[in-house]
Design a protein around this ligand. Sequence first.
Ligand SMILES: [Zn+2]
Length: 170
Amino acid sequence: MEKSRYEKIRVELFRKDWVECPTCKFLFNLKDTSQWSGLIHKRCGQRLEIVGHKSEMTFISCLVANIATDDSSRFKKGTKVYLYPPLWGDGYQSIKVIGKDRETNKFIEMIVSEKKLSNFKLAKVTKPDIISRFSNYWNNNPDSVEAMYKMADEMNKRTALRSSENSMNK
Ligand SMILES: [Zn+2]
């Protein structure tokens, strides 16, 4: 059975920064953004998980937000959460996030409604555990960073629109 291109394939570094794509057999450099998106080998579209490469990142660019309501069972209002990119096709309404649990103070992953978040922005995160969780989802390529700024803007516009609608309904 053929593996889907959308399924991640684990691959070892060929040598520092070099990987041979198991799908198209092409050897490419991980710093070459025309080849590598941080997630996908652009030449063939294969998703790859690069073993041993994560630790070389000193930071990762990702979206963050704050918990805006106090009705979440696990997160206190104001908690900073680190957002996964859209993982399913709902227009980023339900968002998988990482944040500190209100009781244990340990990082947990939860799916949170966009409506419970505010203050979306781009952050450069240096926490190694966040980097390793996000290394297959976000990357620091200029194109991606540009896209993240746009996403943050878009999400803040939605929040603003919702709060103006709410105040009109009162
Ligand atoms: Zn390939």
